[in-house]
Ligand binder design. Sequence first.
Ligand SMILES: [Zn+2]
Length: 80
Amino acid sequence: MATWTLVLRCYGCAARFTLPHLNFDTVTSLPLVAPCPYCGGRPVIRAKGDDGESRMHKVLDLRYDRGREPVSVGPQVRRH
Ligand SMILES: [Zn+2]
């Protein structure tokens, strides 16, 4: 099965950490919930209308772990 490796930078302590072998569902949702392994900082997502500040880890890299399946990265066509 195809998996992805995600490299994040913590918004709090700026440490860089890697989350390997994620499936597609996880790789799209994990940056919103994953705690930093160094400082434990969790992303904070505010709803629209909430005055608080959203904090998220920065996505540094997203790599496809090549398996037997062909590489397919999101929709390639832009519609205007
Ligand atoms: Zn951190």
